[in-house]
Design a protein around this ligand. Structure first.
Ligand code: BES
Ligand code: ZN
Ligand code: ZN
Length: 461
């Protein structure tokens, strides 16, 4: 895609094509300002002011654009996305009003994943001018973070293995002068036995590791961000059927969210001490693979009987959450493509959010609403804890009944989060099934902007 940075620019009176925004109610009044020929042109394009409709109106030697939106007085994140997608290369400005959050959709509407297209002809940039120069950097940073999630998720597993995730962390660390520690090999086996067990069957060039980035003043409150980095989830010996495996390159989507969120936190120089923890593995099959019935001893010391090798995300996160808890964090946020059950409960568009504290949950849900990044809370219902009891170990990694799978996975993670620590967990799909303006099919952030805004508000900027 075009570098997001350039797609929104301050309005200094440059030549630009006007975009008029109208809705169905306002169309008649708007049409009165047009010539008969211009009205006929819009009618010929069947422009009725409906959401995402785009019209082109001739104007002497030139033309202007008309976009249908729900409410021209209050723009959502997506309402300019279709215009950004469809209009030709050029420079534009809104005829009246401010783009505000629609800057985000203007940029993401131009996202394309062309890495593997050999005949790629990139569309030229559609640049939007805005008088709100002070807002450009913020929305551009959010859009860049979103596009990063998409790029990481869309990249196939062979090119986005644990080593590639490490390279992404390295790039991030360099950009923000953060420190990156990578735990692998014997140190991983000793210190993070569940991460090692899940990842040990992979080929050498996809060897498992824990990526640990730290940044910021140690005197500030610790914010820990954790992301599930299963670069491919075959299911392990409990192998997935073909249809269920097809999209499993996206099983590092949580890591993508965590990386992107860390970038936003550091870019805004929030007053936190940041710990980004990404357990990066491939859940592969080989003679060395961990097995159903094996008992793993976790970093925390709890023993976990493996009921199903396909419930691997919670294992690697368990060790990573234990490590995060050792920093006495003010808040832990984790992202994971953790359960099919969350999709059954909420469908592909709504990430399931779980949280220990109601006030924290409410802050995240409020940020979700105001930033067009919907999320829904599921309970960490105490009574379901017993679903994870094991005959021979401290717990099993998956329940023997099919109930409340997302909550039960959340309860599994809860065992590894230190007592009393404020914790938010996102079970996210990280994938857009139905293409819509600003949201192409494929990788997509879900819960990223909600978390970012809640965190920014919490740490006072
Ligand atoms: N990565 C999957 C979950 C997943 C599947 C997310 C499809 C999004 C779409 C996870 O590792 C998994 O396989 N979970 C199992 C857990 C079960 C064995 C308890 C699941 O949800 O079926
Ligand atoms: Zn799995
Ligand atoms: Zn998985």
């Amino acid at each position: 895609m075009s570098k997001p940075k350039a797609l929104i620019q301050p309005d200094r009176g440059q030549d630009a094509i006007a975009i008029h925004l109208v809705n169905k109610d306002g169309l008649e009044a708007f049409a009165k300002t047009l010539t008969a020929g211009q009205r006929a042109s819009l009618a010929g394009q069947k422009f009725e002011g409906g959401g995402y409709q785009v019209g082109i109106v001739p104007d002497g030697e030139t033309w202007f654009a008309v976009g249908g939106v729900a409410n021209p007085e209050s723009l959502s994140s997506w309402c300019l996305a279709k215009l950004a997608e469809e209009l030709p290369e050029g420079t534009y400005r809104l005829a009246t009003g401010d783009a505000g959050p629609a800057m985000f959709g203007w940029i993401t509407g131009q996202y394309r994943f062309a890495r593997y297209k050999s005949d790629d002809k990139p569309a030229g940039a559609r640049v939007l001018l805005t008088a709100q120069a002070g807002q450009i950097d913020g929305y551009t940073a959010e859009a860049e973070a979103e596009c990063l999630v998409r790029d990481l998720v869309n990249t196939p597993a062979e090119d986005m293995g644990p080593a590639a995730l490490e390279a992404e962390c390295e790039r991030l660390a360099k950009a923000h002068k953060a420190e990156l520690a990578v735990v692998r090999g014997d140190a991983l086996e000793q210190g993070y036995p569940m991460i090692h067990a899940v990842g040990r069957a992979a080929a050498r060039h996809h060897a498992p590791r824990l990526l640990h980035l730290t940044w910021g003043d140690p005197a500030h409150p610790v914010l820990a961000v954790v992301g599930k980095g299963v670069c491919f989830d075959s299911g392990g010996l409990n192998i997935k059927p073909g249809a269920g495996m097809r999209l499993m390159k996206k099983d590092m989507g949580g890591a993508g969210h965590a990386l992107a969120l860390a970038g936003l936190v550091m870019g805004a120089r929030l007053k936190v001490r940041l710990h980004l923890l990404i357990p990066a593995v491939e859940n592969a099959i080989s003679g060395g693979a961990f097995r159903p019935g094996d008992v793993l001893k976790s970093r925390k010391g709890l023993t976990v009987e493996i009921d199903n090798t396909d419930a691997e995300g919670r294992l690697i996160l368990g060790d990573a959450l234990t490590r995060a808890s050792e920093e006495n964090p003010d808040l832990i946020v984790d992202f994971a493509t953790l359960t099919g059950a969350a999709r059954v409960a909420l469908g592909p568009d709504l990430p399931a959010m779980m949280a220990r504290q109601d006030d924290t949950a409410e802050a995240f849900l409020a940020a979700a609403k105001t930033n067009d990044d919907a999320a829904w809370r599921l309970p960490l219902h105490e009574a379901y804890r017993e679903y994870l009891s094991s005959d021979i170990a401290d717990m099993v990694n998956s329940a023997s009944n099919p109930f409340a799978g997302a909550s039960v996975a959340g309860l599994f993670l809860d065992r590894f989060v230190g007592e009393g620590i404020d914790w938010v967990h996102f079970d996210t799909f990280a994938w857009n099934v139905a293409p819509r303006p600003g949201r192409s099919r494929g990788g997509r952030g879900m819960g990223l902007r909600a978390s970012w805004h809640a965190i920014r508000a919490r740490y006072g900027q």
